[in-house]
Structure formats: structure tokens, C-alpha cells
Design a protein around this ligand. Structure first.
Ligand code: FAD
Length: 157
């Protein structure tokens, strides 16, 4: 990090120095998880392990919670675990993939690379109320959760 950021101005030298003194530095690559299938045998993946979207898109916590809900509901609704796993993936896969696809546009806000993106990001940070009061992206609520009423079959969404 020190090598890559050597010669930079602003607060960068102070941040690099602080990194050297930190005992809990977090440093990682930004990545997504795309699995061809989410289960095998009696094992099923949920959350980041199956469909991590990265913080460029957000929604990682929401996908993990929704995934756990749908997986539990499908297991309760089906006698056979492989039917439940198939129902879980059928219900959730396109929602997870649509949210993962938001990462492309999200990276401009979190990690701006052009002057225009930087100006747009700074404007949003100066007026967080506008962001908080915005309706949110349609993709975030593109899944109507099944009800799973305990009768053995999922309710209609
Ligand atoms: C920097 C950053 C910022 C983020 N910002 C947002 C955000 O603003 N909004 C959002 O929705 N999401 C955000 N996310 C993503 C979000 O944190 C994850 O998508 C979410 O936590 C996934 O939940 P999970 O339960 O699938 O996995 P995790 O929360 O990673 O839980 C997995 C757990 O398993 C444990 N574990 C691992 N291996 C083993 C083992 N062998 N035995 C026992 N336990 C084990 C781990 O310690 C961990 O507690 C962010 C992530 C990062 C890294």
C-alpha cells in the first residue's frame, strides 16, 4: 500500500502512516461470488457463500436474510431436501443475479474514477437527505416473498 500510494498528496501520507500503526487493518479485494448451482447432496449455500454481490452493489445483508428465509421456507414446505433446494434456487436466483448486476453502476459511487463520478459522489455526500429520502432502486424490491404459511406449500407471492 505504501509503495502504491507513495508520492500522493492530501491526507494520503497520514493515512499510510496510520495503516502501519493499526492493529486491525482491513484490506481486501472487492469480489462477487457466482456459483453455477447453490446446492449439492444435502449441502446448500446461503448468503455471501452462494451469491455475494460486493459492496459496490450493496444488498449483501438483504440477500443473505432473504436467502435464509426462502431456504427455511422451502425446507418446511417440501418433504424432500432436493425439492426444497430446487425451490430455493428457483425463487431466488434471478433476484440475486439482478442485485449483483448493480455492482457496475455502484462502483462509480463508491470508487469514482472520473471527475464527473467524483463530483456526483461528493454532491450526494453533501446532501445525504436526498439519498436517504430517495425511493430506492426497483431491483431492491423485485422479489415478492412467498408466505410459507406452514400448510406444506408456499403461499402465492
Ligand atoms: C467492507 C464491506 C462493506 C459492506 N457494506 C454493506 C452494506 O452497506 N450493505 C449490505 O447489505 N451489505 C454490505 N456488505 C456485505 C455484507 O456484510 C455481507 O453480504 C453479509 O454479511 C453476508 O452475510 P453472510 O451471513 O452470508 O456472511 P457473513 O456475514 O460473512 O457470515 C459468515 C460467518 O461465518 C463464519 N465462518 C466462516 N468460516 C467458518 C467456519 N469454518 N466455521 C464456523 N464459522 C465460520 C464467519 O466468521 C462469519 O461470522 C459489506 C461487506 C463488506 C466487506
Amino acid at each position: 500500500m505504501a509503495e502504491v500510494f507513495s508520492g500522493y498528496g492530501w491526507e494520503v501520507p497520514r493515512m499510510v502512516a496510520a495503516m502501519r500503526d493499526s492493529d486491525d487493518l482491513f484490506f481486501d479485494v472487492v469480489s462477487q461470488i457466482h456459483m453455477p448451482r447453490w446446492s449439492t447432496g444435502r449441502v446448500a449455500l446461503v448468503g455471501d457463500a452462494a451469491y455475494a454481490p460486493s459492496f459496490f452493489s450493496g444488498q449483501g445483508s438483504s440477500l443473505a436474510l432473504v436467502g435464509a428465509y426462502v431456504l427455511a421456507g422451502e425446507l418446511a414446505a417440501h418433504a424432500r431436501h432436493d425439492d426444497a433446494f430446487a425451490g430455493y434456487e428457483r425463487t431466488l436466483r434471478s433476484f440475486a443475479e439482478r442485485n449483483q448486476a448493480l455492482a457496475g453502476e455502484g462502483s462509480a459511487g463508491v470508487s469514482p474514477r472520473t471527475a464527473e463520478d467524483l463530483a456526483r459522489r461528493n454532491k450526494a455526500l453533501r446532501d445525504p437527505a436526498a439519498v436517504l429520502n430517495s425511493a430506492g432502486r426497483e431491483t431492491h424490491s423485485a422479489l415478492a416473498l412467498p408466505g410459507y404459511d406452514g400448510s406444506g406449500a408456499p403461499d402465492a407471492p
